[in-house]
Design a binder for this molecule. Structure first.
Ligand code: DNO
Length: 388
């Protein structure tokens, strides 16, 4: 697997030199300075590509070209938004880039409730706590109908938790949930959240899935002809939040979206930490079924709790067997080599990392620490070597 590392561009506190020292050869990045929805130009892509190349690295994957809400809703200026998305994709293709990651999660991208959850090692992990999330949804955001959407017992627990929160705790929780984590190009406040959620009132999961298919029917054939492989990122977490539909969470979802537009360019970012946050997702069998369409992978582990909460574990620890997952991905690469596929090597990145040692006092993008990811990459590299 090609070892890559997510870099948030020149504003990232981690310089490209340090990424090289970690042993990564590929960079995963986006043009974060261009507002979401605006078209990218070839010149901008080339400029960033060359800056990365000058540091002895290669821009391997675009993560992400944001998909505006109008496309997910198929309302308003969605046609112009699709045209703009295609233009960005073509700019990447012309600059020689090959893989583009994107997601189709309504309103909120990846979501956690705690960015500094202390582990017994004294390092810090990211956590999604179901009770805290419900406390936010029902008692802080006060989403209409939210209280009826959860089991009574959970709402009662959330109420107790909310009552014990200081104003500062509540504010921190709100910021963590809706202000946008790294890579999320749009952040919300309470009023805009409620307004946007209401726009999805009459959008069923089936409707959202259909809108995704219509989007793919437009972009995937163009990607194929431009030599681009698209990898949709699964929902993180892989279940509905705020009553919003999410349609990239399960094996059934992946099967449907891959079959909807059955060409190689319509593929997956196989994020094992996202998919692995559902106990009914069997990652190894999913790699077996969808492997030929996996264009990129994010490797991290999660420890699941019975109520749907989870925290980000060490890369080789947690609720699923990372060693087997890596083995299945390497088997997929072997199969591709046998078929002479030019894309035999799958780019991987160590996804997220704990806050460890010097990370703790530094400015970091949550989840994207240096030492924590360095450790994750080193451990994963060990597993890859051992598989041979
Ligand atoms: C979180 C990331 C996501 C991902 C987007 C892809 O750490 O994996 O933000 O970049 O969902 O569009």
């Amino acid at each position: 697997m090609e070892q890559t590392w997510r870099w948030f561009g020149p504003a990232d506190p981690i310089p490209l030199t340090h990424i090289r020292q970690a042993g990564a050869t590929g960079i995963v990045t986006s043009l974060h300075h261009i507002p979401a929805g605006d078209p990218w130009t070839e010149a901008e892509v080339v400029k960033r590509r060359d800056e990365i190349a000058a540091a002895g690295l290669c821009w391997s994957v675009v993560e992400s070209i944001p998909v505006p809400e109008s496309i997910k809703l198929r309302r308003g200026d969605y046609q112009a938004a699709i045209a703009s998305w295609k233009q960005s994709m073509t700019a990447c293709a012309r600059a020689g880039l090959k893989v583009i990651c994107y997601n189709f999660m309504p309103i909120v991208d990846w979501t956690r409730t705690d960015l500094m959850w202390q582990r017994p090692s004294t390092g810090y992990a990211l956590r999604f706590d179901m009770t805290e999330f419900v406390a936010y949804d029902v008692f802080i955001l006060r989403r209409p109908g939210a209280a009826d959407a959860y089991p009574e017992e959970l709402v009662a627990k959330a109420e107790t938790q909310f009552a014990a929160m200081s104003a500062a705790d509540a504010e921190r929780l709100e910021k963590t949930i809706i202000a946008g984590l790294p890579g999320t190009d749009i952040s919300q406040d309470r009023a805009s959240m409620l307004r946007l959620i209401a726009e999805y009132d009459d959008v069923s999961p089936q409707q959202l899935a259909d809108n995704l298919t219509l989007f793919l029917e437009e972009v995937a054939p163009l990607a194929e002809s431009e030599g681009i492989r698209l990898g949709i990122h699964p929902d993180d977490p892989p279940f509905s939040l705020f009553g919003l539909p999410r349609v990239v969470s399960t094996a059934t979802d992946l099967r449907r979206l891959l079959q909807a537009v059955p060409i190689a360019a319509n593929g997956l970012t196989f994020c094992v930490g996202s998919l692995g946050a559902r106990p009914d997702n069997d990652l190894v069998s999913m790699i077996g079924e969808f492997g030929s369409r996996i264009h990129f992978t994010h490797l991290r582990n999660v420890t699941l709790e019975p109520d749907g909460s989870f925290f980000e574990a060490d890369h080789l620890d947690g609720s699923f067997d990372m060693t087997r997952v890596v083995g299945a991905l390497l088997d997929q690469e072997k199969a591709r080599r046998g078929q002479g596929r030019p894309d035999a090597e799958i780019p991987m990145r160590p996804d997220h990392g704990h806050l460890l040692a010097d990370d703790v006092d530094k400015r970091t993008n949550p989840g994207y620490s240096y030492v924590g990811r360095l450790k994750g990459l080193a451990e994963l590299r060990g597993v890859m070597h051992a598989h041979g």
